[in-house]
Design a protein around this ligand. Structure first.
Ligand SMILES: *Cc1c(COP(=O)(O)O)cnc(C)c1O
Length: 379
């Protein structure tokens, strides 16, 4: 069976974990956590980063940082993972779901302004498949209406946005805050893991406090305060240094990992082109302002029945392909809280999007075999 995902080990993970253990300090913010922080700040120019135990936690920290209060409204796509939404609902926010783009599952930036009210506090763009949302439109709206922008960059490591000014910026460096995931299904992983990137300096001090159970422990260890005290809300959002040791081995191999993933992505895209030309399926499109980080290779089928048939055909041939999100506005938990607007494009991706296996060790022969099986399904 060809799995949908297979976590790739670079070979150094065990060695670094052993080093972390030998260092004698394996709780949070040890040697490897600092190495990871430095790597992100130097590689992507984020003002400040903090490793977290998951992207979900980083999003929850963001909701605390922007001080979401009951009744505040937060705009985000419906076609996303539950954590994007949960983090804000936990603080009492009302989620206002936006439509997806016609050419991409990411949120339709032009539909956002009509959703803004006097209660709107934040916009949460999700860079689906590592493909940038139009951050020029989103940041302009945020400035005009005095809103915060929290990027859900869970899938977006090594992905970029090129704005009107022609400058290519890493995703996660544009919003006030951004959250990344290192879950084992992401390009760079540590089993479970995440990162909060802080681009607005006003949030730095409080972020450290929130991450350390609401205490000023970080400042205390730097010798900046002489008492370690409970000063704010918080939780335990920091990972053990063992997780950071694993992650650092992956970060060191980012370019190797990324170049293989891109080869796989491009091979699928080339192999399946003839089927797109015959109108059997649609291949992913990238808006001109977005780069491709090869997080995901998906195809769009004409309808739900075709997708169900293709999934079972591939399964019979030993290939696991998987669909993705059920739109959150139709979820068991949120449907009755949703304001009732139809979100037809979001529903369209719910029904027709299919993800193909994509991982470092997937061979060219396997990509060709999977592509051929998709062709034979249509013939
Ligand atoms: C993976 C993912 C998350 C959650 O990441 P965890 O690290 O598992 O908490 C959130 N949002 C999106 C868009 C994701 O793809």
């Amino acid at each position: 069976m060809i799995p949908f995902n297979k976590p790739y080990l670079t070979g150094k993970e065990g060695h670094y974990i052993y080093q972390a253990v030998l260092s004698g300090k394996i709780s949070g913010d040890g040697v490897f956590t600092k190495k990871c922080h430095q790597w992100f700040e130097e590689t992507y120019g984020f003002k400040k980063v903090l490793l977290t135990t998951s992207c979900t936690d980083a999003l929850e920290m963001a909701a605390l940082l922007i001080d979401i209060q009951p009744g505040d409204e937060v705009i985000m796509p419906s076609y996303t993972f539950v954590s994007t939404s949960n983090a804000f609902v936990l603080r009492g926010a009302k989620i206002v779901f936006a439509e997806s783009r016609a050419d991409h599952p990411g949120m339709d930036e032009n539909s956002i302004e009509a959703l803004i009210t006097s209660k709107t506090k934040a916009i949460v763009p999700v860079h689906y498949a590592g493909v940038a949302c139009d951050m020029d439109i989103i940041m302009d709206l945020a400035a005009k209406h005095n809103l915060f922008v929290v990027e859900d960059a869970a899938q977006a490591i090594d992905a970029y946005f090129t704005g009107k000014d022609g400058v290519k910026k890493p995703l996660g460096s544009i919003g006030h805050l951004a959250a990344f995931s290192f879950h084992e299904t992401k390009n760079i992983m540590s089993g479970e893991g995440g990162l909060l990137a802080i681009n607005d300096e006003r949030f730095i001090n409080r972020a450290e406090i929130i991450r350390e159970k609401g205490t000023n422990r970080s400042a205390f260890f730097r010798g900046e305060v002489d008492k370690y005290n409970w000063v704010d809300l918080g939780s335990s959002f920091l990972p053990s240094d063992i997780i950071a040791a694993f992650l650092f081995a992956q970060l060191e191999n980012l370019s190797e990992i990324q170049s293989r993933r891109k080869e796989v992505w491009n091979r699928y895209n080339l192999n399946l082109k003839p089927l797109e030309e015959k109108g059997k399926l649609k291949l992913p499109t990238l808006p001109s302002f977005a780069s491709n980080n090869a997080h995901m290779f998906y195809i769009l089928l004409p309808d739900l029945d075709t997708r169900t048939g293709l999934i079972s055909h591939l399964k019979d041939k030993g290939v696991l392909s998987v669909f993705h999100y059920l739109s959150l506005h139709k979820s068991a938990f949120y449907e009755e809280k949703h304001d009732g607007r139809a979100l037809l494009k979001s529903d369209y991706y719910t029904d027709t999007l299919l993800r193909l296996p994509l991982f470092f060790e997937l061979s060219n022969e396997q990509v060709d075999m999977i592509s051929n099986e998709i062709s034979s399904f249509f013939n």
